[in-house]
Design a protein around this ligand. Structure first.
Ligand code: PLP
Length: 439
């Protein structure tokens, strides 16, 4: 039995200080009927709570920690950077160095602007798309999450789905009316929308591998379809690769599926655990951003030297050339996930619990569902109760997973074969618990 007394007391206090006791909703564990462990420290593949429990971590701060927690290169570089001052609000060499490294991996990004969160990146990309095209309407997909800016909070998956909120109060009718939300992976609906409204639409924004309705892959040819429809309508195609960037493959979903967006949003891994995100793309579009162009966007801490340092060190680790004969980091991560999911699938089969297991590189997840999952409706039809039972049984055994079926899990380079074997072993008991619950 897991002892969480200190965490429980800490959570009781936090609830008096912050809405729901947290600074971001999904952390509260409310929908899995648990209290969250309060974290004291993390190292490699493990995190440790204030009751002294150790967990193998597959949340990885919701994606950024691809090199593992407290990687020595990152820590050392950050210590040295802190000695040189934590913020200047003036240009540094670090910003150009990170920009160049990102553009090498993402050749569709000809110019880039660093910001502080994925929310800021998508919000700014949207403003830019509207400024560039002179059009107001945007198209997004039901169950895709692009951060919490008003236009994008319509049918937004992730925490909203976890808590059963279709949209958010506080988003004005006018804003919501400019957002058209369509089902993911449906070829016909998007074609019809573009036929009817194409000339009013500034952009289609999409998670090219969806991660906020659980991990859901695009159907064969779907991203090409979006590329063709936007081109025909004179609208921009924005890939929100805040999560799938550096994960679906090193070059993101755009490299994995061979589709070139006009603009790309990056986040999470690009900051290596510090607050960094970015948007970038075609030069003629990016030149509309201030001070070069009229579309305004700014940030006191944007390009912060500590944040740039953590991002740079993390990207250096995952882009490093492998030893001769060894696989590169993407391949290593992909193989680890494959092994883990094979183990989980076997455990589920033995327990007689049908699941759908999805993987895109180092992103992965399972749905308690006997049918295929291709969109938000499919994902929502999965058995949430079974997930809660499974999740709790895993936590009890020291496996730390995202507390919602609408979230994605992440592998890091620090996860060992032994970690994965232990995680597979733990899953057997957890699937058996689900079987028991179903009777
Ligand atoms: C996490 C995420 C965001 C928001 O990023 P924040 O840094 O949390 O604001 C946007 N888009 C996608 C696809 C994400 O996964």
């Amino acid at each position: 039995m897991l002892h969480l007394e200190n965490s429980q007391a800490a959570f009781d206090e936090a609830k008096k200080l912050m809405p729901g006791g947290v600074n971001s909703p999904v952390r509260s564990f409310a929908n899995v009927d648990s209290n969250p462990p309060f974290i004291a420290r993390a190292k490699g593949s493990k995190i440790y709570d204030i009751d002294g429990n150790e967990y193998i971590d597959y949340v990885g701060s919701w994606g950024p920690m691809v090199a593992g927690h407290a990687h020595p290169n990152v820590v050392k570089a950050l210590q040295a950077a802190a000695e040189r001052g934590t913020s200047y609000g003036a240009p540094t060499l670090l910003e150009s160095e990170l920009a160049k490294l990102v553009m090498e991996v993402y050749p569709t990004i000809e110019e880039i602007r660093m910001v502080n969160s994925g929310t800021e990146a998508t919000m700014s990309a949207l403003r830019l798309a509207r400024g560039f095209t002179g059009r107001d309407k945007i198209v997004k997909f039901i169950g895709c999450y692009h951060g919490h800016s008003d236009s994008l909070l319509v049918s937004a998956g992730s925490g909203l789905a976890t808590f059963g909120v279709p949209s958010s109060p506080g988003v004005t009718k006018g804003t919501a009316a400019d957002t058209i939300a369509v089902p993911y992976n449906d070829f016909e609906v998007i074609e019809r929308v573009m036929k009817e409204h194409g000339q009013e639409i500034a952009c289609i924004i999409v998670e090219p591998v969806a991660g906020n309705m659980g991990c859901v892959l695009p159907k064969q040819g779907y991203l090409d379809h979006l590329r063709r429809l936007t081109k025909e309508a004179g609208a921009l195609l924005i890939f929100d690769e805040v999560m799938c960037g550096f994960r679906a493959s090193l070059g993101g979903a755009q490299a994995a599926y061979g589709v070139k967006p006009d603009l790309t949003c990056l986040g999470k891994i690009i900051g290596g655990g510090l607050p960094v995100a970015a948007y970038g793309g075609r030069r003629d579009i990016m030149e509309q951003v201030a001070p070069k162009g009229p579309v305004y966007q700014a940030g006191t801490l944007s390009g912060n030297p500590l944040a740039m340092t953590a991002g740079l060190e993390t990207l250096k680790i995952i882009t490093a050339d492998p030893e001769p004969g060894e696989p590169d980091s993407s391949r290593v991560l992909t193989l680890k996930v494959k092994k883990l999911l094979l183990g989980w699938q076997e455990g589920a089969r033995k327990a007689g619990v049908p699941i759908q297991a999805h993987q895109a590189g180092s992103m992965f997840g399972i749905f308690f569902n006997e049918h295929e999952v291709w969109d938000f409706d499919d994902s929502s039809a999965s058995d949430q109760k079974a997930f809660a039972v499974w999740f709790k049984a895993m936590l009890e055994q020291g496996i730390y997973l995202a507390p919602s079926q609408f979230e994605t899990l992440f592998m890091s380079l620090a996860h060992t074969e032994e970690d994965i074997d232990r995680t597979i072993e733990a899953s057997r008991k957890a699937f058996a618990k689900v079987r028991e619950m179903r009777g």
